[in-house]
Write a protein that binds this ligand. Structure first.
Ligand code: AMP
Length: 303
């Protein structure tokens, strides 16, 4: 067995401390300084670790934030019971290569309720934007606040939340936020289930049934090659997921990416559509899971 040397990241909980730590790093590193930032809600898994690892490769300093943002949860969602485990998170953060972990309290981030809103239109019309009203406004405000606090050169987001990537990219472009967004591929369990902090909610039976999502999405490239149009593709994915008796579909949609608009309805999905996403949100018991496949045409290869 080989021992891996990892250094424990510095843990900071206040905005003043994180600003001071980054200022000190920039002063020391000078012109070569580069700060990578990975915003998360914690309960870290290998998906998060992949973003941290990528940031550590690209940058001199990697800042990880862990903050369960109340503003992006609806009134009947799982804010209160969202899984939290600081000690385990610090272990994953250290192994993945984070230098600083920023873990603010809700009152540190929102000393007063913010009067300012960030609403990104268009890309939020469908998918989670439609089924979780207000969710992306909550994401917009917290990501903007975190960008202003950390002032990173690059920020790393997972394509597991592909709509979130599209929303953040659009917000950064519209507001000239001085940060480069780096989208990262979906990390899956060995059997294909997309990793998610919410997977711990699943019973053994639900966990087994949930595989129907990734198994069905994996068939999408072949279905596109066979000449299906967007409506047929959506119907085929719906049917595949419905083969599980306990899958309760919230949405299945086939859209262009990153605009997240419907492609031409009748023609087969084709090169003129650019990138296509097939995205699904499905409930198993009380747990809502999301997954997607992003296809770059004409090869019909998953990204
Ligand atoms: P969360 O803690 O769920 O808010 O996720 C924080 C970041 O990790 C987001 O950019 C997510 O897209 C990303 N992420 C979550 N799960 C995965 C995964 N399975 N693969 C890649 N990135 C992920």
């Amino acid at each position: 067995m080989t021992a891996t040397l990892t250094s424990t990241p510095a843990v900071v909980r206040t905005i003043a401390e994180i600003r001071a730590a980054i200022r000190a790093y920039r002063a020391e590193a000078g012109a070569t300084a580069s700060v990578g930032f990975v915003p998360t809600m914690g309960f870290l898994h290998e998906g998060h670790a992949s973003l941290i690892g990528r940031s550590a490769q690209d940058n001199g300093l990697t800042v990880l934030s862990i903050f369960v943002n109340p503003l992006q949860f609806g009134p009947n969602e799982d804010f209160e019971r969202y899984p939290r485990d600081e000690a385990r998170d610090l272990d994953v953060a250290a192994r993945a290569g984070a230098d600083i972990v920023f873990m603010p309290s809700v009152s540190e981030m929102y000393p007063t309720s913010a009067a300012t809103q960030i609403t990104v239109s268009g890309v939020t019309e469908r998918l989670c934007g439609a089924s979780r009203p207000g969710h992306f406004d909550g994401v917009g405000i917290v990501v903007t606040k975190l960008f202003n606090i950390v002032q990173p050169d690059r920020a790393y987001f997972g394509l597991k939340d592909a709509q979130q990537v599209a929303v953040v990219e659009r917000m950064v472009a519209d507001l000239n936020q001085p940060v480069q967004i780096v989208p990262c591929p979906i990390v899956r369990e060995a059997d294909g289930l997309a990793m998610s902090s919410r997977n711990v909610y699943l019973s053994a039976d639900e966990r087994r049934e949930a595989l129907v999502i990734s198994r069905t999405l994996a068939k999408v490239p072949a279905w596109i090659d066979s000449g299906m149009n967007a409506a047929q593709l959506t119907a085929a994915v719906r049917e595949g997921i419905s083969s599980s008796p306990i899958a309760d579909i919230d949405y299945v949609e086939t859209l262009t990416y990153p605009a997240l608009q419907p492609p031409a309805p009748d023609a087969p999905v084709s090169v003129s559509d650019g990138r296509i996403i097939v995205a699904a949100a499905v409930r198993f018991g009380r747990t809502r899971l999301i997954d997607n496949i992003l296809i770059s045409l004409p090869e019909a290869q998953p990204l």
